[in-house]
Design a protein around this ligand. Structure first.
Ligand code: GLU
Length: 325
């Protein structure tokens, strides 16, 4: 008989990518993640996702750490840097090649790089037509035939992938619409999808809270858990709506300055920023300034708006004036 452990410890992670400054949208997702963790007794790992070489900016990791601390968010383990963990990812990649769950691909470097790029790269979700599927017997033969260092693609079989999101509800996606995706670039750098699954498995992460722009990535990640024989380790997912500009697009300079470092450098009280984030999290009657700890008892996932939040020029002006209302 299988024994159910009386207590399974739960764990989550804050996983900034040091590809730019943290903005108010990132901060809101991290705050929700942190509040759920502190409410439910999940341990928190800080993991710096610094594998996307060309896009990683020097010192953006330190700045992200300082920004999180400034907001009053803390963690129990880390920071751990993905760039220090390459051998772990290589084991998973080799295993999938050996088991014919992944194959070498010599399609143009540009296309492979775009596909392997960080999850928010505009072209990251283009479907690969399967040109190199079944084409080479080995990495070596792919290399010889093309004169290129092959990327490695995960072979996606036709099926419907399903999961139940803790916020967004029942989700499903036809895997054939994903296309075979890159799990390692030609220079052997692991792709975001692969690194996240290896890390979340190895760190025994049970709860993942992040922006809903990553839902499509979740379907890919579920396939990787299965391919690695770790289906039982698939975490609970909570995907939350993003903060957007008034035109409905991702936060950008034209919407005003939404970087936390902008407010920090101008001496804005982090309590004012948190008050704005708290309102954006559906918490009612928030005073002008609050501490993160004061929000732990007040946040309810069920009160989180299901629509995107809009960052306005007025929000910016009020924060700079020292008032979040
Ligand atoms: N590092 C990713 C990002 O900044 C988050 C990855 C994840 O939560 O799985 O968007």
């Amino acid at each position: 008989m299988v024994q159910t452990p009386s207590h399974i410890s739960r764990a989550t992670r804050l996983a900034p990518s040091p590809t730019g400054a943290l903005h108010l949208g990132n901060a809101r997702s991290f705050l929700i993640n942190w509040l759920l963790a502190r409410q439910n007794g999940w341990s928190i790992m800080l993991r710096i996702e610094d594998l996307d070489g060309p896009r990683v900016k020097s010192s953006a990791d330190r700045q992200a750490i300082d920004d999180l601390r400034w907001l009053g968010l803390d963690w129990d383990h880390g920071p751990i840097y993905q760039s220090q963990r390459l051998p772990l990812y290589a084991i998973a990649i080799d295993r999938m090649i050996a088991e014919e769950k992944a194959y070498p691909c010599v399609c143009s470097r540009r296309e492979a790089q775009l596909a392997a790029s960080a999850p928010h790269a505009e072209d990251g979700s283009h479907r690969y037509p399967g040109t190199c599927r079944g084409r080479f017997a080995s990495i070596e033969s792919a290399r010889k035939a093309s004169g290129r260092e092959p990327a490695i693609r995960f072979l996606v079989s036709d099926e419907v992938i399903r999961f139940t999101d803790g916020f967004a509800g029942a989700m499903q996606f036809d895997a054939s619409d994903l296309g075979d995706f890159v799990i390692a670039k030609g220079d052997k750098t692991p792709a975001y999808q692969l690194a996240v699954v290896v890390d979340d498995t190895e760190m025994e992460i049970t709860d993942v809270v992040r922006g809903n722009d990553l839902i499509e990535s979740t379907f890919r990640q579920i396939l990787l858990y299965r391919a690695l024989g770790r289906e039982a380790s698939i975490p609970n997912y909570v995907h939350v709506p993003l903060v957007l500009g008034p035109d409905g697009h991702r936060l950008a300079k034209r919407h005003g300055d939404s970087r936390l470092s902008h407010y920090r450098a101008r001496g804005v009280d982090s309590g004012n920023v948190l008050a704005l984030l708290a309102r954006w999290c559906g918490i009612a009657d928030v005073p002008d300034r609050v501490d993160a700890a004061q929000l732990v008892g007040r946040f309810r996932l069920s009160q989180l708006p299901h629509v995107p939040i809009t960052f306005t020029k007025e929000n910016e002006a009020l924060l700079l004036a020292g008032n979040a209302q």
